[in-house]
Design a protein around this ligand. Structure first.
Ligand code: TRP
Length: 332
């Protein structure tokens, strides 16, 4: 029960519907952690505008992202779910932390380099200080653990450096967070190139299965998944495509490798791919039904946002006041 006090914080950008990779690799595990940790999940709309967004799309996706979390099993009664721009402390702490983050270290962030290459016409200052806002997100809640993917490791490391630097200058203020990868979480690869991670921002829509893909789309994408020229459904080195489909099938059916290999013995890839598609579509159906229901009920989603923002604000304000005092701002 010592975990009861531990805080988990994570943020997700409202920049598209999550994939089964996000679901199996992350959210599904968080569902099980809600009783053991104080869990806080944030929809980071302020991060999203570091690249150009269509305002109406951003607004809709913010609702959708929240709805997806709830539909996938994050329970607003046990976890705090909120939208970043509803809690002004994030922007306020980010400014103070900007003054503890170094130009040189921000210049070394690989995501900044990648994104500025991709959006060469819009290399704005927000894109550059993106990791500082992320550090503010985490440090405001004195988070112990931050579940993030490999691509966010460098940002988390920077967050720790900034926090340590601030603590060193002004005295103990922030808890130093650790990254967190729950054991047993599945890594789901792209259907198009199984040596790459499945990503919702892949240009090729056949490379990922979105949590909202309908049955026909799921079946078609599974059918088209890139596999090797062998025909035996068996886990083996070099059979990345089949290994990935076996992982997906296992996650949705709970079957072991041995069971799967026996089930499809002598049947070839076609039959297996159809079975994978059906298992995925069956698994997604309840999430999609719940999602559709929630999206019809904006008032409910807004009540969750409002409640989440109040809870988050209460925690965040304490940390921010402490920071303002430490740096020498006059309190009234
Ligand atoms: N940068 C993260 C991503 O793109 C999202 C994020 C913002 C985040 N703030 C966070 C993740 C705080 C964890 C904790 O995936």
């Amino acid at each position: 029960m010592e975990n009861q006090q531990k805080v988990i914080f994570s943020g997700v950008q409202p920049s598209g519907i999550l994939t089964i990779g996000n679901y199996l690799g992350a959210i599904r595990n968080w569902v099980g952690l809600q009783d053991d940790y104080r869990s806080i999940f944030c929809v980071v709309d302020m991060h999203a505008i570091t690249v150009r967004q269509t305002p109406a799309d951003l607004r809709r996706r913010t609702y959708e992202t929240l709805a997806i979390y709830i539909a996938a099993g994050i329970d607003p009664a046990r976890s705090t779910l909120f939208v970043q721009s509803h809690v002004p402390c994030h922007a306020e702490l980010a400014w103070v932390l900007n003054c503890s983050a170094m130009f040189g270290e921000l210049s070394r962030m690989t995501q900044f380099k990648d994104k500025s290459a991709k959006h060469a016409d819009n290399i704005n200052a927000g894109l550059f200080t993106y990791p500082v806002l992320m550090a503010a997100d985490i440090l405001l809640y004195q988070a112990d653990l931050v579940p993030v993917g490999q691509d966010q490791r460098q940002h988390l490391e920077l967050c720790r450096d900034i926090a340590n630097r601030f603590n060193g200058v002004y005295g103990e203020t922030f808890r130093i967070p650790d990254g967190y990868i729950p054991t047993g979480s599945a890594k789901i690869a792209s259907l198009n190139d199984p040596t790459k991670k499945m990503s919702k921002s892949d240009e090729n829509v056949n490379a990922f299965i979105s949590l909202l893909d309908d049955r026909d789309t799921v079946l078609r994408k599974c059918k088209r998944a890139v596999t090797d020229s062998d025909s035996e459904v068996r886990r083996a080195e070099g059979k990345d495509g089949i290994n990935n489909l076996m992982n997906i099938y296992a996650c949705f059916t709970g079957k072991s490798d041995a069971e799967i290999e026996r089930e499809f013995e002598g049947q070839g890839y076609g039959v297996f791919k159809t079975a994978v598609g059906e298992a995925v579509a069956d698994g997604l159906a309840p999430i999609q039904n719940e999602f559709a229901r929630l999206m019809q009920d904006k008032a409910y989603l807004e009540s969750i946002m409002r409640e989440g923002a109040e809870t988050a604000f209460r925690i965040a304000r304490k940390t921010l006041s402490k920071v303002y005092r430490k740096v020498g701002f006059v309190g009234l």
